[in-house]
Design a binder for this molecule. Structure first.
Ligand code: ADP
Ligand code: MG
Length: 290
């Protein structure tokens, strides 16, 4: 009675807060070779704090810069954006999204907006070419770094930090004890990626940084050659990778968002320790079937 066993396993999974959309995914979960984690919002809390914000142009005041950044970022749903808006508020700058024209989001890079007649680009090192800046890139090693361009001129920089979710290290260690390779994929820079790896006690087998959404999908395809791969992400800039994996797990989904969600498996919380639990449940189910 295969369907009955499957049904029981699927409902058992649901009681632990995992929606598995069919027995096929359960079977892949049981045979998974690699688990790929997104970093921001998945391994980490995605709750950034601005640790440094600097004006580097004599022609721009701190207040003007904060006003541009907080107004433009208030139109973005990226976790970094919320931290920048909050930082502005701490300096008594209220964002004015209504004054931003032509807002554009560049996944894995940053954002653009026109405000007060100025073209402002905010993002990581990749945003330099969007701003049309030809100058040699100033690399600032350390935390997650952001760059602010007014036209083609670099006018400001900032740093943000984020921390790993509690239970992230345990989740990775448990997956490894099940014989599964664990890797991290991130659009963030190498230094920030290694900071997360440090916080995980170097439990990850590989760390891939500075990736665009399509790079994440390409790396998933590479790992697929070794066997079934599960990708887990928060849905921000990782939809392509979730779709490329044999099983895509979307996390932190609840309420009305559930109906729209395209992930193969849905984690209805942010507790990534449910991932090894799901794999153990899937293995037990498969054993009962054969
Ligand atoms: P991750 O892969 O870790 O989830 P993302 O792909 O969401 O990261 O973002 C990659 C990088 O793009 C960020 O680390 C940041 O440097 C830059 N970025 C993305 N969105 C924004 C934004 N709204 N403002 C500033 N920088 C951004
Ligand atoms: Mg993310």
């Amino acid at each position: 009675s295969t369907p009955v066993v499957n049904f029981c396993a699927l409902s058992k999974a649901a009681t632990t807060g995992l929606l598995v959309k069919g027995g096929d995914y359960l079977e892949i979960l049981a045979k998974v070779k690699t688990v790929a984690f997104d970093k921001t919002g998945t391994i980490t809390k995605g709750e950034f704090v601005v640790t440094n914000f600097q004006v580097i142009s004599d022609d721009v005041s701190l207040n003007a810069l904060l006003y541009w950044v907080s107004s433009i970022e208030s139109k973005s749903s990226h976790p970094m954006a919320a931290a920048l808006v909050e930082y502005g508020r701490q300096h008594l700058i209220e964002p004015k999204p209504e004054n931003v024209e032509d807002f554009q989001n560049f996944p894995g890079e940053g954002v653009f907006g026109k405000i007060g007649g100025k073209d402002i680009c905010i993002g990581n090192r990749r945003i330099r070419s969007r701003a049309g800046c030809a100058a040699e890139f100033q690399n600032m090693e350390g935390k997650t770094n952001g760059y602010i361009y007014c036209g083609a001129t670099l006018v400001g920089t900032f740093s943000l930090s984020d921390t790993c979710r509690s239970g992230a290290m345990e989740a990775v260690e448990e997956l490894k004890s099940l014989g599964i390779k664990c890797v991290m994929l991130t659009g963030d820079n190498h230094a920030a990626a290694m900071l997360a790896q440090d916080q995980l006690g170097h439990a990850l087998d590989a760390v891939h940084a500075e990736l665009l959404p399509e790079d994440k999908a390409r790396i998933i395809e590479e790992y697929k050659k070794e066997g079934p791969i599960v990708m887990i992400g928060d849905g921000i800039n990782d939809a392509l990778a979730l779709a490329a994996a044999d099983v895509g797990i979307s996390m932190g989904i609840s309420g009305s968002a559930l109906a729209m969600e395209t992930g193969h498996v849905i984690l209805m919380s942010n507790n990534i320790q449910k991932i090894p639990l799901a794999i153990k449940l899937a293995r037990r189910t498969l054993r009962k079937l054969i």
